[in-house]
Design a protein around this ligand. Structure first.
Ligand code: MF3
Ligand code: CO
Ligand code: CO
Length: 312
């Protein structure tokens, strides 16, 4: 056997043993069946990528952006909290999708994921080893699962994007620690945001916190500018890269949304559905996300309700 083959064999063994270490007593998540498409009433304004969008979507006057982002952000947060209340053993992720879909419409908004680059549902639901972009289906949540719900609503011409990871029934201590550390990591990142700061300070703070806890930071998915566009510049890395040296300025709106793995940081093979992104070693992954506005003096968290404290 050549040197290269031996090296590859050792690498395969390592991945296999890490996989065993993190997946004992837990069945991998498998694709389920999708429910029929959900529709959005014609009266709800659509983003340009919706199949039935009008040929022109009017631009938002720049002086109205912040207020509109606040409204979309709060609406997204309300829906996320509604989902938190609904999560329970036996509930399907499709049922969570239905709740999200109807809650967006009830607020006069469009569920941003629906038909975005072909995504078929109104919410992303990512269970256990799924890092992100899980598609809601008929899989029932099981006791001990962790599930991330990622809500984005298009309201008043802008997107409000937030997510959180919830416990289903009794989650083991390591799963609880993973979720707690991930939420703390998001807030360590948010704490770096102020005019004059460099974007890499955000990723550096997140990576330090996650790695000190022994966890891996996902590199394949990043935060993003958000506003009239669902995803735009800048890319917000959740790890330190000195070339991410953008200077933050008042008015900038973007998300921070770290994905932290119990084991290796590496991405596995995307499912045949083209979306679902699992960890390479099968270990669990948690995520939290907020949409942010850089203010004259610091940061405003657009996806918190009035009165909700920092750290939520
Ligand atoms: N809300 C996700 C994010 O935080 C994006 C979901 S895109 C979708 O960026 F198409 F999967 F919905
Ligand atoms: Co986002
Ligand atoms: Co999101």
């Amino acid at each position: 056997m050549g040197k290269r083959q031996e090296k590859e064999k050792r690498a395969r063994r390592r991945v296999a043993s890490e996989r065993r270490e993190h997946t004992t007593r837990r069945a991998p998540v498998r694709a389920g069946r999708l429910s029929p498409d959900r529709s959005v009433p014609a009266s709800i304004p659509r983003p340009y990528y919706a199949p039935d969008a009008p040929p022109f979507v009017p631009a938002v006057p720049p002086d109205e952006l912040a207020d509109r982002m606040r409204a979309a952000g709060c609406a997204g947060r309300e829906i996320l909290l509604e989902l938190e209340d609904a999560v329970a053993v036996g509930m399907t992720t499709d049922e969570l999708d239905r709740i999200c879909h109807e809650a967006c419409i009830a607020r006069g908004g469009y569920p941003s994921p629906l038909h975005y680059k072909g995504f078929p549902k109104s919410l992303c639901t990512s269970v256990n080893e799924v890092i992100c972009h899980g598609i809601p289906d008929d899989r029932a949540l099981a006791d001990g699962d962790i599930v991330n719900c990622d809500v984005t609503i298009y309201l008043h011409g802008v997107h409000g994007d937030c997510n959180a990871t919830f416990f289903v029934g009794d989650v083991d201590d390591e799963g609880r620690r993973l979720v707690q550390v991930t939420k703390e990591a998001l807030w360590k990142g948010i704490d770096q945001v102020r005019p004059g700061a460099r974007l890499y300070e955000v990723g550096r703070a997140i990576q330090e916190h996650a790695q000190a806890a022994g966890f891996g930071v996902v590199r394949s998915f990043v935060g993003h500018g958000v506003g009239e566009e669902f995803h735009t510049a800048p890319a917000v890395l959740h790890y330190y890269d000195p070339s991410a040296d953008l200077v933050l300025t008042p008015g900038l709106t973007f998300t921070i949304e770290p994905m932290i793995n119990e084991g290796s940081w590496e991405l596995g093979r995307i499912w045949p559905d083209g979306w679902t992104a699992p960890t390479r070693d099968g270990s669990r992954s948690a995520q939290f996300e907020h949409s942010l506005l850089v203010t004259a003096t610091g940061v405003e968290v657009l996806t918190l309700l009035p009165g909700e404290p920092h750290g939520s």
